[in-house]
Design a protein around this ligand. Structure first.
Ligand code: BTN
Length: 253
């Protein structure tokens, strides 16, 4: 199956362009992807911005139109996309790859990939999902204000062909997204949990202005995370935006 691809040299944000195209009078009815060399207003989670040097990394939005995916199962999209990126990195010989809840990808304690997933609902179903992915590939210099960034080339020393990398990751994404089914839910959860940064380990979290030592116990089917407070052993379940893993500044390479 071919997915229609559009590449821009420069655009505000591939997610925003995907949104505009979905609002056209004649919107696409099949999966498509928007890719850009450079974004002037790349968007991140929680209102943050995403900066990426011109033509050094992958910045793209895969627009997935599921056949029948219930709204209550939308976290499957985060689980699928983040584990695909993690597998992609492992396939390129990178070790210590983790998913940081809900869907960032880290190598050790450094961030290599961020995702912004924006879903449109129709009744009880997902009509379309814009899966925006920023994956650091060849960049070696990052602005000082970006916390703990890393790229593939910084880890492996290889300079990658971006078109080739894009084709490979697209193929994996397309396959795994179309594989989502009720039957695959337990296997997907198992895979996601096996890659989760902080599972059963004491780490530092912040929530509602309080800092505490905690241990991730579970992430449920809605994507809510349960963390045990390591001091008083109480468990609490958090929604997105309610809790943050605090990662101290890592040594620069
Ligand atoms: C985050 O870590 O906060 C999420 C970053 C997501 C960045 C990607 S780059 C391609 C797509 N277009 C955007 O504007 N954002 C996502």
């Amino acid at each position: 199956m071919q997915t229609q691809e559009q590449k821009f040299k420069i655009i505000d944000s591939t997610n925003s362009e995907a949104q505009r195209q979905l609002k056209n009078d004649n919107p696409p009815t099949e999966d498509f992807v928007i890719r850009a060399d450079f974004q002037t207003e790349g968007r991140g989670q929680r209102g943050h911005t995403w900066t990426s040097t011109n033509a050094e990394n992958l910045t793209f939005s895969y627009v997935f139109m599921p056949e029948k995916l219930e709204v209550q199962n939308q976290f499957l999209l985060s689980q699928t996309a983040s584990t695909v990126v993690a597998d992609f990195l492992v396939n390129h010989g990178i070790q210590n790859v983790y998913v940081k809840w809900p869907n960032d990808v880290y190598v050790g304690m450094k961030k290599i990939c961020g995702m912004l997933i924006e879903n449109t609902l129709s009744g009880h179903y997902i009509k379309n999902s814009i899966i925006g992915i920023g994956l650091n590939i060849n960049q070696t210099l990052f602005p000082a204000n970006i916390p703990n960034p890393v790229s593939m080339t910084q880890i492996t020393g290889v300079h990658y062909d971006l078109d080739e990398m894009f084709c490979k990751i697209m193929e994996m994404l397309r396959t795994e997204l179309h594989n989502i089914s009720k039957e695959n839910i337990p296997a997907l959860k198992k895979k996601y949990m096996s890659k989760l940064l902080g599972l059963n380990k004491v780490m530092i979290y912040s929530s509602h202005g309080k800092i505490f030592k905690g241990i991730i116990k579970d992430v449920d089917s809605h994507g809510y995370i349960t963390i045990e407070n390591a001091d008083d052993n109480t468990e609490q379940t958090y929604d997105f935006n309610e809790v943050n893993l605090i990662i101290p500044e890592q040594k620069k390479d």
